[in-house]
Design a protein around this ligand. Structure first.
Ligand SMILES: O=C(O)CCC(=O)C(=O)O
Length: 331
């Protein structure tokens, strides 16, 4: 059936695509089809972010054991799936939900935002037994526990020890996080200034990645917005990942991503500046490495250029805060 006719019969909210008012949506779809303004709508309506995948598929390679094993992909900013993580990194061999439930005393979690997505805006530390209850009942909690690098808790037992793979230089390494989710947990569409290697230890996650050159279609927060700076949201997309509103965010319909499933025993390499949206299926445990390995030419392109501007703006705010503090101390 023709999409415009179909839209007239759809309920107010169909799947993840919001039809604010069916007549209005019909008009929007008609004009989009006539003008070809929004590539995707010529053939179909995007129901979820995963519908925005292009023809490209993700390559899988064996987990590299050499120091420069990932270098060609890092240079090209090519996302990858790596197979055989458990064989290559013996320390994760027995790591699953039961292992962490027994070994951790407490865990740092975030709660879902109003839109049902995890936005990484605030965390609380709760006893592991309480988190286990959340996992079995409400499911409203996604754990993010630093295991190595910045922010490691004093509660972390010594036997939970992370080793770096050969291709992550020690001097570039920033942090390794443990993620535990109850299932159906979704992480917002965002990018990081670091590369991430996300290793799946239990369960599976579906992902869609958009290359840095798609940033214009991702509707990031402005680095010139004081609020976005203070809330640390410059790396986030403003779109509602649960309800694609192509009327409010028309360029999103032009975006072409790479989708796939990250299966247990695999790792997903997400190059710095790559936009990613991740949704877990059942109970899930992952550990990642973040490391900073960008060339000047990478920083000069979006979205990392915005990130760089943000860092400078935060430095200025910090300086102003220090001056204000000194002035009030002197008065
Ligand atoms: O797995 C997730 O939910 C988020 C992981 C992520 O954002 C990352 O590895 O950069």
């Amino acid at each position: 059936m023709h999409m415009v006719v179909l839209a007239a019969f759809l309920p107010m909210e169909y799947g993840n695509f919001v039809i604010r008012e069916s007549r209005k949506a019909g008009a929007t779809l008609t004009s989009a089809i006539q003008t070809g303004r929004c590539g995707l709508l010529k053939q179909e309506v995007a129901m979820s972010l995963f519908d925005l995948s292009g023809p490209e598929s993700i390559k899988t390679i064996p987990f590299p054991s050499e120091q420069d094993g990932l270098l060609p992909y890092i240079r090209r900013r090519q996302p990858l799936l790596l197979s055989g993580i458990k064989e290559s990194l013996p320390f994760i061999q027995d790591w699953n939900y039961d292992f962490f439930r027994e070994s951790l005393k407490s865990i740092r979690i975030q709660r879902q935002s109003e839109d049902g997505i995890y936005h990484y805006l605030g965390f609380e530390r709760i006893p592991m037994a309480e988190f286990d209850e959340v996992m079995r009942t409400t499911g409203n909690g996604y754990a993010l526990e630093p295991l190595k690098g910045r922010g490691v808790s004093e509660d972390l037992p010594n036997d939970v020890s992370v080793t770096l793979p050969a291709f992550v230089p020690q001097s570039r390494f920033r942090v390794s996080n443990l993620y535990i989710g109850p299932g159906k947990n979704k992480s917002l569409l965002h990018y990081d200034e670091t590369h991430s290697l996300l290793m799946m230890l239990e369960g599976r996650k579906r992902f869609i990645l958009f290359a840095p050159d798609q940033s214009d279609c991702m509707y990031p927060y402005s680095p010139f917005s004081l609020r976005a700076l203070l809330e640390n949201r410059v790396v986030d997309s403003k779109i509602d990942c649960q309800k694609l509103d192509l009327e409010a965010f028309p360029k999103l319909g032009k975006a072409k991503g790479i989708t796939g499933w990250l299966e247990e025993g695999q790792a997903l390499f997400i190059p710095a500046g790559t936009w990613h949206f991740i949704e877990a299926e059942g109970r899930n445990v992952s550990v990642n490495y973040f490391w900073l390995q960008n060339r000047v030419r990478d920083w000069l392109q979006q979205p990392l250029l915005d990130f760089w501007l943000k860092r400078r703006a935060i430095d200025v705010l910090d300086q102003l805060r220090k001056v204000k503090h000194k002035l009030s101390a002197a008065a």
